[in-house]
Every structure is written in C-alpha cells, then in structure tokens.
Design a protein around this ligand. Structure first.
Ligand SMILES: Nc1ncnc2c1ncn2[C@@H]1O[C@H](COP(=O)(O)OP(=O)(O)OP(=O)(O)O)[C@@H](O)[C@H]1O
Ligand SMILES: [Mg+2]
Length: 404
C-alpha cells in the first residue's frame, strides 16, 4: 500500500515507472496498485489523502467508469486521470460525466500526462484547502479469506466450509461462506442443502441492501454461519467483476468474516475477489501436478501485483507418504506452509451426512488441524491484520514535485 499522493493504477507494474518518468520524479514517489478494485481498497484504507489516480491503458473502460463513480461517492477529493494507448473511442462524455478529470493519449508523448496530473494535483489541493472534502471514515468490516486452487478436486470446498464453521465457532462472530465457484459450486452440498437464491438475487445485494436483505438471501447453516450461492446456471452470463466487487463489499460490511470458495480461473470476477481478499489460501495435495499448479498460480497472481504476504498455503491430505513433503513445497513456492490437513475417511463421511467434519467430529485429527488454521487467522485478525496491511509502508514526508 502507499502513502503517495499520486497513485498509478493497473498493470503492467512498469506503468508506475512510466508515470514517474513523465512527471520527472522518482518511481517510489508514485504509488501503485494492480487494478481498479485495488485502488478502491486503497482509498477506503488510506491514512493520507490521495490526490490523483492515474489509470493505465490496461484498466478496462467499464472498470475505469466504475472506479470514477466510487471515487465520486467515497473520495470526492481524488482526481482520476485516464491514460489510453489508442484514440478514445467515443466514451469521453461518459468519462466526464463519471467525474474522470482527464483522458491522456500516451502515444502523443509524456508532456500531456505531466500537464494533466499537475492540473489534477492542483485541483485536489484546492479542494482540500477550502475544506470541501470529507473522506469517508474507515468502516468496520469483515475479513475476506479466499480459498483457491487452479486444479480441481484438491479439497477447496471442504476447506472453505470447514474453515468457515471453525471460525464461526471460535469467534462467535457471524461468518458468511460464499460460493463463487459458479460452474462447479458445491458449498451447499457440504451442509446437505441446496441453494435457493439465484445469481441475480446475490448480485442485487450490492445495491444498498440492508443487513436484513443480506441475511434473507443467505441460508443459515449453523450458529453464526450463513452461506451464499446459487445453483449453477449454464445459460446465465457470468457476473461482471464490478458486480462481484459490490456483492462482496456488501457481504463483508455485514459479517465479521467472509470465506470464499473462489472460482478456479482468472476471470475478472476471480481477480476482483482476490483484490478484495485479506488472505488468499492456496490449497494443494502432495503430488507433483498439484504443487506445479499451485506454484504457477502463485506466480501468476504475484505477477499481476497481489502482495506475497496475502498468500497462505494449505496442504490437504498431507499425511500421505508419497515422496513429497512440506519442505519440498516450501522450496518450490518460496512461501511457508501454514497448515497440513491429514487425510481422513471422516471427510467423505461427513460430506455424505451434510455436516462439516469440524462440527460433526470435533475431536478428530482432521478437525483439530482445521481449528488450528482457523486460530491462526483469528489471531492475525485480532492483531489488526487487515488494517495493518493497509497502512502506509512508511510515514515519510511527501517530497519532490508534489510537496506542499
Ligand atoms: N483431507 C481429506 N481427507 C479425505 N478426503 C478428502 C479430504 N479433502 C477432500 N477430500 C475429498 O476429496 C473430494 C474433493 O474435495 P472437494 O470437493 O473439497 O474438492 P474441490 O477442490 O472443491 O473440488 P472441485 O474442483 O470439484 O470444486 C471430496 O470427495 C472430499 O470428500
Ligand atoms: Mg469445490
């Protein structure tokens, strides 16, 4: 995260250098986040005001407009400058209506960008000096933990549902378990239930839903535990990333914890989910194919700018004597293993009963290992995990071109 007053938004990471060069300042004087959703998170958590967001050509137009609307609502003192590498295709009026202050064609050289950002910084400074800007207070919100594996059948849904049940039990906080694995979703099966909502009902929660609406669309599975999901509908269009973002924010505003069975691909909606996640749990079994998949996933997600400290690794069925161990995984992935869940016949048995094993067989070894993982998450959260992660990396004074 960043305490810079100018923040470059969007891949590639070299866009930050590009912006810094145009402004004739050092790259570390420009902040950087990977996506429009990550920029929204930055604004929500920022300790010092952000004057300008400079959006890279990789940020899609609908995402740019969505971000501008968000800024208008929750951070009206921040200006947006949109950089395109092609001629703007007629959406300029929409951009202006959404509050984007400038659209810069990078193919025309960097002078235009420098002028646009300087104008935007001056504008933001003026607003602040006349006291127009009231930044939205950081609201109390739940912690989002996503469970991900690019390979099927590794135990993603088993871990999602049981971790959610263990956290609900340990904390007494209300926990939402969300099935975003839209094609193969089987979160409800682990509770012996069927989803009743449609994907449309879920996405509608993003628009000013009350706490009551939100509980009403979920299905209560146990004490303090609600599940959100819809039956797979091959005819339905996958929800857009922006809709998923609004939905997850609405859920996290109403629950202490949100545990997500993430989709197995890198769709827009999956990326938005990762941008919003405080923690991303990667699950694998102890086989070469699984570990390769996981290592590739981690590289891919790091390459789009997600911070390494957001990731946790869980080895499932980790007692099998198969010639690979946690040390091998740590070496390949250069990340430490957080939990080892043993293989147990209680897992399929409890699935068939429709009751999470942590609730059904709480004293078993497999339940104990999941409770230990849950305890790690809870301890980190109680230590102010997500707030600390969002805090500025340093409190150094602004300097250079933009010092005031
Ligand atoms: N630790 C374990 N011990 C024994 N069986 C397990 C364990 N973990 C998962 N399983 C079994 O493996 C199967 C797959 O688990 P799960 O449904 O959680 O995988 P998934 O990664 O969600 O798969 P999908 O790609 O289908 O969504 C299930 O039948 C489950 O009971
Ligand atoms: Mg699954």
């Amino acid at each position: 995260m960043s305490d810079n007053s100018v923040v470059a938004v969007g891949t590639p990471q070299s866009f930050r250098q590009q912006v810094a060069r145009a402004l004739e300042i050092e790259p570390d004087e420009v902040g950087w986040v990977q996506s429009a959703t990550a920029a929204e998170e930055l604004l929500i958590n920022a300790y010092s005001p952000i004057d300008v967001l400079v959006l890279s050509p990789e940020v899609k137009e609908p995402d740019a407009l969505g971000l501008a609307e968000f800024v208008g609502r929750s951070s009206p003192g921040t200006a947006i400058v949109l950089v395109r590498d092609h001629t703007w295709n007629g959406l300029l009026p929409a951009a202006m209506r959404a509050g984007i202050r400038d659209v810069v064609d990078m193919t025309q050289g960097s002078d235009e960008l420098r002028d646009a950002v300087e104008r935007a910084v001056a504008w933001a400074g003026n607003l602040r000096s006349v006291g127009v800007v009231q930044t939205e207070a950081q609201t109390d919100r739940g912690e989002i933990v996503s469970i991900f594996s690019s390979k099927g059948g590794t135990g993603k849904t088993f871990l999602t549902t049981n971790l959610a049940a263990a956290i609900a039990e340990a904390t007494g906080d209300d926990v939402a378990v969300v099935d975003l694995d839209v094609d193969m979703g089987d979160v409800f099966t682990y509770f012996g239930r069927e989803p009743t909502a449609t994907i449309h009902d879920l996405m509608a929660l993003g628009e000013g839903a009350t706490g009551e609406d939100i509980r009403g669309v979920g299905v209560k599975m146990a004490e303090h535990l609600w599940a959100y999901g819809a039956p797979p509908d091959p005819a339905a269009e996958a929800p857009a990333g922006e809709a998923i973002g609004k939905f997850l924010r609405a859920i996290r505003a109403n629950f202490g914890w949100v545990i997500v069975d993430a989709s197995v691909d890198y769709s827009d909606s999956a990326l938005v989910c990762f941008d919003l996640s405080d923690t991303i749990c990667l699950v694998t079994g102890l086989d070469v194919v699984g570990v390769k998949h996981l290592s590739k996933s981690l590289d891919t997600l790091l390459s789009i700018g997600l911070p390494r400290e957001r990731f946790r690794v869980v080895l499932n069925r980790a007692d099998s004597k198969v010639g690979l161990d946690a040390g091998d995984v740590e070496r390949v992935m250069r990340i430490s293993v957080d939990a080892m869940i043993p293989s147990s016949r209680l897992v399929p048995t409890s699935l068939n009963k429709g009751r999470p094993v942590v609730l059904d067989e709480p004293s078993s070894e497999v339940s104990t290992s999941i409770r230990q993982l849950a305890a790690k998450f809870v301890a980190r959260h109680q230590g102010g995990g997500h707030v600390a992660a969002a805090a500025p990396a340093s409190t150094k004074k602004k300097k250079g071109l933009f010092s005031r």
